[in-house]
Design a protein around this ligand. Structure first.
Ligand SMILES: *[C@@H]1O[C@H](CO)[C@@H](O)[C@H](O)[C@H]1NC(C)=O
Ligand SMILES: *[C@@H]1O[C@H](CO)[C@@H](O)[C@H](O)[C@H]1NC(C)=O
Ligand SMILES: *[C@@H]1O[C@H](CO)[C@@H](O)[C@H](O)[C@H]1NC(C)=O
Ligand SMILES: *[C@@H]1O[C@H](CO)[C@@H](O)[C@H](O)[C@H]1NC(C)=O
Ligand SMILES: *[C@@H]1O[C@H](CO)[C@@H](O)[C@H](O)[C@H]1NC(C)=O
Ligand SMILES: *[C@@H]1O[C@H](CO)[C@@H](O)[C@H](O)[C@H]1NC(C)=O
Length: 330
């Protein structure tokens, strides 16, 4: 490398250091994740394509109520516009909150859309993975980690665990080439891992485990605050402890809906109501000392608002569904 290009590289590196308000206290993002416990923040649906200032306002509101981290859900437009992920990350930076951008690998939105011939992983999903990668390399500061897919094993988005692992490893190579160590995972159900055959390639490819945990969907689900809700969570977490083999765990998506409109249950005894949603939130908060702190596990609530119908802590008009609050330490 010539002295001039060495100087240029050094300037870029220095600018990145000083421009980032994000300092990872224990030296790395993965250590930060390992040290996190209790309520961490929210799942944030980006399908409405809000502007940067609207997202900044939402993130600032979450932060004012104690949230530290936000993970995105779904996609805006085609989901392949890197500049929109720039906006999301910069909104998080302005609000002073960690962001986990999620590359949506289901070719279509979660509901209310039918597959067309073009709705394939290669045509629709891969461009989203590339767009997220590009935006994260441009704005790494507030990015705590990246998710390659929401339940991509459960939905078999990539066609095989090996194909999914290829894209995770490809993203990591590009981060490494840019001098970045950003943890990568998939936001997945225990059941998604369990039904996917030979998961070795994906399990080896992820740096830690982002967990989707929804006792609402269990065959024996009752109300949010029922002991079955907690038992089902513990059963799944024991599975993840074995799979992770010492790597950190973070519950990136958990929650309970106030109605059955967007996702129907599998149990005849389920209770979907605001009271049941509140009870599940309180159940999690109530296990701060004996579970989440003891095991260094954070939990993030799906969802921030009822854009995911029934699952938010706030209505579409911004009103609180109940007076929600959770401890950040215990
Ligand atoms: C750093 O890591 C240690 C040990 O895991 C933990 O006790 C501490 O809370 C962490 N500090 C921060 C600021 O994350
Ligand atoms: C999807 O297909 C189903 C069954 O053919 C149909 O009832 C529904 O209206 C379609 N939805 C959309 C959004 O086109
Ligand atoms: C699929 O994409 C091709 C190329 O962009 C386009 O010509 C075609 O109309 C699309 N088909 C559908 C069903 O959307
Ligand atoms: C990584 O970079 C290579 C070379 O520029 C590119 O072909 C590939 O699509 C990139 N992958 C991701 C996930 O961004
Ligand atoms: C499982 O997948 C890994 C990674 O692709 C492969 O190396 C291994 O041979 C597979 N194991 C079995 C039992 O097929
Ligand atoms: C907000 O929406 C909820 C649910 O639709 C409704 O009950 C409430 O009255 C609304 N509040 C305001 C201030 O409009």
């Amino acid at each position: 490398m010539s002295p001039t290009s060495f100087f240029a590289v050094w300037c870029i590196f220095f600018a990145r250091l000083v421009s980032s308000a994000y300092i990872y206290p224990n030296g790395s993002r993965l250590d930060q994740i390992r040290s996190m416990y209790a309520w961490e923040g929210f799942v944030y649906d980006i399908e409405p394509c809000k502007t940067k200032s609207e997202m900044t306002a939402d993130f600032a509101h979450m932060k004012s109520r104690g949230a530290r981290t936000v993970i995105t859900f779904d996609f805006c437009g085609t989901g392949a516009d890197a500049s929109y992920y720039d906006d999301i990350i910069l909104a998080a930076e302005t609000a002073g909150i960690f962001i986990i951008p999620l590359a949506w690998t289901l070719p279509i939105h979660v509901i209310n859309q039918n597959y067309t011939a073009n709705d394939t992983f290669l045509i629709k999903s891969v461009p989203r993975i590339l767009a997220v990668t590009e935006a994260v390399i441009r704005n790494p500061g507030p990015v705590l980690a990246v998710a390659v897919g929401d339940e991509p094993l459960y939905d078999d988005d990539a066609g095989s665990p090996d194909a999914l692992a290829y894209y995770i490893n490809n993203m990591r190579s590009n981060f490494t080439a840019a001098g970045l160590h950003i943890p990568i995972s998939i936001s997945e159900l225990a059941y998604g891992w369990q039904i996917s055959g030979n998961i070795t390639a994906v399990s080896d490819a992820v740096d830690f485990f982002m967990i989707n945990e929804f006792p609402y969907f269990a065959q024996n689900a009752q109300a949010g605050g029922s002991s079955s809700s907690w038992q089902n969570l513990l059963t799944d977490m024991e599975y993840f402890e074995t799979l992770a083999n010492g790597r950190p765990l973070l519950i990136t998506q958990t929650g309970w809906p106030s109605n059955e409109d967007e996702f129907g249950p599998n149990s005849p005894d389920v209770v979907a109501s605001v009271a049941s949603e509140e009870a599940y939130w309180d159940l999690l908060d109530g296990h701060c000392e004996d579970y989440f702190k003891t095991n260094n596990i954070g939990w993030m609530w799906r969802a921030y608002s009822d854009i995911i119908e029934g699952w938010g802590v706030i209505e579409l008009n911004g009103t609180n569904k109940w007076p929600w609050a959770a401890r950040l330490t215990c």
